[in-house]
Design a protein around this ligand. Structure first.
Ligand code: 3H9
Length: 702
């Protein structure tokens, strides 16, 4: 029996098996919901069928609505004629058989079924909030009826994927099958077992109430991360409706709230970010017949903060990792730091103690190169200086087994120069982690000219396997992320010369959506670090724009939080930044010495001065062929620098302003401030043709 190409109905004795087949993840693309409805109607009309199973082909049950269809005006079935309604009206029971993912519309369909069973590795969730909408297929009404308001609020406002065993405890899944059982066979047997039970258990028939104050408490608890966004609050309002209105009224309220979100700016930006994160994995100029090497034995050189964080990332994702340092003392200190980091997570409740112990047991301290010679991937994470890294790469080249990949966690050094000290430059690439390496999601893979496609793909895949989002960058000073960010870092200090204060700039960026302002972040990272880089660049380039205010603070020993004074002052044992009159005085003094005219800035001017400088630099990066796509820059800003996700990313945000406006402003600042604002050729060309940044065609990757 076959009805539609994407959904088919098969008969297994007296059980109808409805199979969704819409690769790769069974999203509810064109024809899928219609196919499910047709199959349900056919099965209900067939007297030889007693019950049905709804199951997915391939790697998932159903991953949700087809996100590409949102905001396109695609017609959706009205309330009353949706799969959920047909499931509710079904005279025969339906069992959802879940493997892979049941997300969004996938879980909503499963909750409209009468029973749900799953394999232990399955995950369920309502992640709609992460793309700026709410579960609009009855999820906000059915989930609270299954798990209570409190848990439903937590799941729907976080969008988290809940593993099947936990989902069973919560009451979402009726039965988790033993590991290794055949899902279809078990589901058919289950359906046969429940086929005659009446009345049919329908989630819509349950009731749910909530204690006074639950919803306000939830609003309060999400206020920080939901800043400037509507979707999380609409999610709460919809769950509140589930607890106060009859089911059908609640469904109507959900639909109203959904309609307000679907075409909102935040939903568009979040959808863009979702697809940009998938696009960034694609390396269009590499041969398609090469696969990444399936590495098993990673090693890290250097047990400092970065090396330790990288080793933790491997251990967190199940890899046994060796970590080497120049001295036993360095190793011991590194291991202590790793232990403390894990212990903090245990204390916070985000990591179970036995899991911490498992992870710690995967980290192996080793004394010398011979102990890592047999590893297949090495990530070097020592001090950021060429003369320190070169001898290490020479040694690695000598000792590592043939075919081992040699990666460097550099944030700016020339990877061609580093690769050139080895006799296997085709196996060398940059893997730039962001700090803290075990937390930050971005892995910038830096491509030296001689790296083989297999090496690049292996570096990209390595990132994904340890939970990162890998993005390819060309070998240029600062690569893509830091190079595009550098003008922002200069501009924020130059703004001070012209009359701004750190707290004023920070407030603008916090209002924009950053969790912290850039000056407060500087204090956290340490101002001495930036000063080193400035010295190096000033030596290399006589036209380098110096930042006297920043240099002065470092000269005074104001290194940031670690010295209780930086751009702000800090009370002992407290990380709260307090505006410091001493800093304001230094700013005024340096500005007077430099003879810079003072002015008042609007928040928009501050925001644009910072971000447009980076947009211009990103265009230069693209025109030089150092990145594949403007959207890759966006992914790097989202995951490397905490750019507010609901604004899509740097270039997407700039598209919202318009390429012509951005160009005109940059050209005017070029007149006013000179060379550092020289517009990129690509930017000018885009402005002339009014082509959005996201459609820019960069030069071939160089
Ligand atoms: C919803 O359900 C609304 C409802 O309430 C109803 C309202 C009326 N649509 O991520 P991967 C593509 S909202 C379209 O690399 P993984 C993806 O772009 C939806 N496409 O695989 C990629 O394409 P390509 C709620 C989708 O194994 C390919 O599939 N659901 C969708 O690492 C492989 O994806 C969600 O938000 C989709 N829904 O991760 C779930 N999902 O190969 C969104 C995937 O061309 N999806 N694609 O680049 C995910 O979170 C992950 O894809 C998933 C698999 C965890 C499922």
């Amino acid at each position: 029996m076959s009805d539609s190409p994407v959904v088919r109905l098969e008969k297994d004795g007296d059980i109808g098996v409805i199979i969704v087949n819409y690769p790769p993840v069974n999203a509810l693309g064109p024809g899928v919901s219609e196919g499910i409805i047709d199959s349900l109607n056919t099965a209900n009309a067939d007297p030889s069928i007693k019950a049905m199973v709804l199951i997915g082909d391939g790697r998932s049950f159903i991953a949700g609505a087809d996100i590409r269809g949102f905001g396109t005006g695609r017609k959706r079935a009205p309330i009353g004629q949706r799969t959920y309604d047909v499931l509710d009206a079904s005279a025969k029971p339906v069992v959802a058989a879940i493997h892979g993912f049941a997300l969004g519309g996938g879980l909503e369909n499963a909750m409209a079924c009468h029973y749900r069973i799953a394999v232990p590795s399955a995950k369920v969730g309502l992640p709609e909030v992460l793309i700026g909408i709410l579960p609009g297929g009855g999820g906000t009404q059915r989930l609270p009826r299954l798990v209570g308001a409190q848990t439903a609020l937590e799941m729907i406002t976080s969008g988290r994927h809940v593993p099947a065993p936990e989902a069973a405890k919560l009451g979402i899944i009726d039965e988790v099958l033993p590991d290794g059982t055949n899902l279809r066979e078990s589901a058919v047997a289950y359906a046969r077992k429940i086929a005659d039970i009446r009345p049919l258990p329908r989630v819509r028939d349950k009731t749910v109430t909530a204690e006074q104050g639950v919803f306000d408490a939830c609003r309060k608890s999400i206020a920080r991360r939901a800043r400037n966004q509507k979707a999380p609050y609409h999610c709460i309002a919809a769950v509140e409706a589930a607890c106060t209105l009859p089911f059908d009224d609640g469904i109507r309220r959900e639909a109203e709230l959904f309609a307000e979100l679907e075409t909102s700016d935040e939903a568009k930006a979040l959808r863009y970010a979702f697809f940009a994160e998938r696009e960034v994995a694609k390396l269009p100029d590499l041969p398609t017949n090469v696969a990444p090497y399936d590495f098993e034995k990673p090693a890290v050189i250097g047990a400092g903060t970065m090396g330790g964080g990288i080793a933790m990332s491997f251990a967190d994702f199940g890899y046994d990792v060796k970590i080497m340092d120049a001295s036993q003392e360095g190793l011991d200190r590194g291991m202590e730091r790793i232990r403390n980091n894990y212990a903090t997570s245990v204390k916070r409740g985000s990591l179970a103690e036995d899991e911490m112990n498992r992870r710690l047991a995967r980290i192996h301290l080793v004394a010398g190169y011979d102990d890592i010679a047999n590893c297949d991937v090495v990530v070097e994470a020592v001090f950021e200086r060429m003369d320190v890294k070169k001898p290490i790469f020479e040694k690695l080249d000598e000792v590592m087994k043939p075919g081992a990949f040699l990666f460097s966690n550099t944030s700016a050094l020339d990877m061609d120069e580093l690769a050139s000290v080895t006799k296997r430059p085709e196996y060398v690439a940059g893997t730039h982690f962001f700090s803290p390496a075990n937390v930050m999601k971005l892995l910038e893979v830096v491509r030296p000219s001689k790296a083989s496609p297999e090496t690049l793909m292996t570096a990209m895949a390595m990132g994904r396997r340890i939970g990162k989002i890998s993005a390819m960058a060309g070998n240029t000073d600062g690569f893509v992320a830091n190079r595009s960010r550098a003008p922002f870092n200069s501009e924020m200090v130059i703004l001070l010369e012209e009359g701004c204060l750190p707290e004023q700039v920070d407030q603008v960026m916090i209002d924009f959506g950053y969790p912290m302002g850039p000056f407060a972040v500087g204090d956290l990272a340490g101002l001495d670090i930036g000063a080193e880089g400035r010295k190096r660049r000033a030596l290399a380039n006589p036209n380098y724009r110096k930042l006297p205010i920043a240099d002065k603070l470092v000269e005074m020993g104001r290194f940031g939080q670690k010295t209780s004074a930086g751009w702000y002052r800090y009370e002992k044992g407290d990380r709260t930044p307090h505006p410091d009159p001493e800093v304001a005085a230094i700013i005024r003094q340096v500005a007077a010495e430099m003879n810079v005219p003072q002015k008042d800035f609007t928040p928009t001017e501050i925001l644009q001065r910072l971000l447009f400088s980076s947009v211009n630099e990103a265009c230069k990066i693209l025109e030089e062929g150092k990145a594949y796509r403007a959207s890759d820059v966006d992914v790097m800003w989202l995951h490397g620098f905490g750019f507010p996700r609901y604004r899509g990313g740097l270039m997407y945000w700039a598209d919202g302003i318009g390429v012509k406006t951005v160009y005109a402003q940059i050209a005017s600042w070029h007149q006013q401030y000179g060379e550092r604002w020289a517009p990129s050729r690509l930017l000018r060309a885009l402005a002339e043709t009014n082509t959005p940044f996201r459609e820019a065609k960069p030069a071939p990757f160089a």
